[in-house]
Structure formats: C-alpha cells, structure tokens
Design a protein around this ligand. Structure first.
Ligand code: NAP
Length: 296
C-alpha cells in the first residue's frame, strides 16, 4: 500500500487565493483592507526568512504589511512600547512577534501585552482559554493548518482516535484542543509517554510535532492512518543539507492511508493561516461576517 500524499503546498496556495479574493471583496465593501504587523527582534536567519515570506505573502494577498525590525539588544520596555503602539493603531488588525525572542526579553510578558483581538498567532492566554472552552478564538496558525488538511482529507473527524505527539504551547496542545473540538478521542503523547509505539499504533489520526528527525517509522503506525508531520528538522545526508520531518517518510508512506511530506506539507499552511487569521481579526473588529470561503 502507498499512502495518498497530502499536498500542503497546493492547498496553501488555494487558501491564499481565497484570502486574496476575500480582501478584494472587503476593500470593495469597506474601502479598507486588513493590516498585519510583524515584529522581528535580532537577526536570527531562520526568523528573517519567515518574516520576509510573511511580508511578501501579506502584500501579495492585497493586505497592508508592516515589518518592525529591532536590534537584538533592544530593551524589553521598548518592545512592549512598540506592541502598545500597534495595539492602538487602527490600520493594524494582526500583530505577530516573531519567536524566539532574545533571553533578556520575557516572551510571556510580550505575548500577554498583545491585544487578544489582534493576536493572530493565538498565543495570548485569553485565546488559549477561549479555544480550550470551545469559544471563538484566534487559533494558532500551524495547528489550524493541520486541521484544515485533515478535514480536506477525511471530512468529518467525529469519533476518530487522534494521537498528538508533542505537547508544546504552539503546536501540540492547541492541536489537541482542535481535535477535541472535532469530537475525536484525543491522546497527547510526549517524551515521558510509556510504550509510545503502542499509543501511536492506535491512531486513526497521528499528528507529530516533536522536532526529532524521522523518529516515527511505518512500524509505529496503524494501517491506513492519516499522518500529519509538523516536524521541520535540518539534517545532513550525503554531504547535502536537507529538511526532514518527524516521520520516516519512506516507511510511513507504505503503511499510512495519507501523509503530509516535509517539505511541502504543513509548512506552507502556517503563513496561509496567518493571512486567514488577519482577515478574521479585521472582520471581527468591524462586526463583519467572516468570509465563508475561509471558514473550516
Ligand atoms: P517543542 O516545543 O520542542 O516540543 C516538542 C515536543 O516533543 C515536547 O512536548 C516533547 O516532550 C516532545 N518530545 C521530544 N522528544 C520526544 C520523544 N523522543 N518522544 C516523544 N515526544 C518527544 O517543539 P514545537 O515548537 O512544538 O515544534 C515541534 C516541531 O514542529 C519542530 O520540528 C518544529 O520545527 C516544527 N514546527 C513546524 C511548524 C510549521 O510551520 N510547519 C511550526 C511550528 C513548529 P516533553 O514536553 O516531554 O519535553
């Protein structure tokens, strides 16, 4: 058996196209467009690449993009002041502070200073609480993208056994909440889980968000499972740098029913969902209905 490859790159391109159409309609209706502000502290090369592509895709979609670059040694108070300014700026509907932040900055304090209504990353405790209690929230982009891919593949997820491997605040925990919201039976596994393979082999849906190259193999899967590989791991093979997921693709593809590749699976969905969240924030701020084509 060879699994269906879930093409996240194509799905994300389609979602960005729908976002661009929604922005056109919003412009025609309101004379305004949503705006996204991204704050980058320091010069981490990976973060710089993410911020550049967020900026490019935001403008390509017809929205306003504001990028604020601060030195690595910026005082925490100055960063908080910038967030306050963005909170008060009506042209800014979404605020994203690129993580990781330097050690001298308290990331939790900075995230807590973002207006929850503009928290398009969904990391503010208010949004975490809203998601956990099943209320309309800003949902973290990567898990939201995973859920979209799952629903596109499987439709109704009710009653399925879902295992989320990883319990981080940005991927594992919100992913588990989303799957619970879809009426899956959810297990969260982590580094202290006993007999991990026994747990993953029960999964109709397996989401891996670990950050360990190719740790999940075909032997760890239920036959026909749908596997969403969030992991992005940089490895060197035959002298060449490559990206691999948390799943050993060659063996998993023989057992799974469907699987996301790395790269080209979950990764492209994250920015597409950031655009979607920024449009959602704009619509909620104006009391407009969210564009139907962007809802799950
Ligand atoms: P993280 O904060 O480091 O969390 C990793 C989780 O994996 C932890 O809960 C940890 O358990 C668990 N874990 C570590 N080793 C394990 C093992 N041997 N067995 C079982 N569980 C284990 O990572 P993250 O931020 O969630 O990111 C996870 C991966 O997703 C990374 O590769 C990251 O680059 C990628 N990612 C991709 C995107 C995207 O856009 N596609 C976005 C975000 C992250 P403990 O809690 O017990 O330590």
């Amino acid at each position: 058996m060879s699994a269906t490859i879930i093409d996240g790159k194509a799905f994300a391109a389609e979602l960005r196209g729908k976002a661009a159409k929604a922005v056109d309609r919003i412009r025609a209706e309101t004379g305004d467009v949503p705006g996204l502000a991204v704050v980058l502290v320091g010069e981490d090369p990976a973060s710089d690449i993410y911020v550049r592509s967020k900026n490019k895709m935001t403008t390509e979609c017809g929205m306003r993009s504001f990028v604020h670059r601060l030195d690595a040694d910026v005082p925490e108070a100055q960063l908080l002041e910038l967030v306050e300014t963005l909170n008060a700026d009506s042209a800014v509907n979404g605020i994203l502070v690129q993580l990781p932040l330097p050690d001298h900055v308290d990331a939790n304090l900075v995230l807590a200073s973002i207006d929850p209504a503009k928290d398009v990353d969904g990391f503010h405790v208010s949004n975490v609480g809203l998601l956990g209690t099943g209320q309309p929230a800003m949902v973290p982009c990567t898990p939201l993208g995973c859920l979209m891919l799952l629903k596109s593949q499987l439709g109704d997820l009710t009653g399925m056994n879902a295992v989320v491997l990883g319990r981080s605040n940005i991927v594992g925990k919100p992913m588990a909440q989303l799957l619970l919201g879809e009426s899956c039976t959810v297990t969260i596994a982590h580094s202290r889980t006993r007999d991990l393979a026994e747990v993953t082999r029960r999964a109709d849906i397996l989401v891996t968000a670990v950050g360990r190259p190719e740790m999940v193999t075909g032997d760890d899967l239920k036959v026909g499972a749908t596997v969403i590989d969030v992991g992005i791991n940089r490895v060197e093979r035959d002298g060449k740098k490559r990206l691999v997921g948390d799943c050993h693709f060659a063996s998993c593809v023989e057992v799974a029913g469907a699987i996301t590749p790395v790269p080209g699976g979950v990764g492209p969905m994250t920015i597409a969902c950031l655009l979607k969240n920024t449009i959602t924030a704009f619509c909620r701020a104006r009391g407009l209905d969210e564009p139907e084509e962007l809802t799950l």
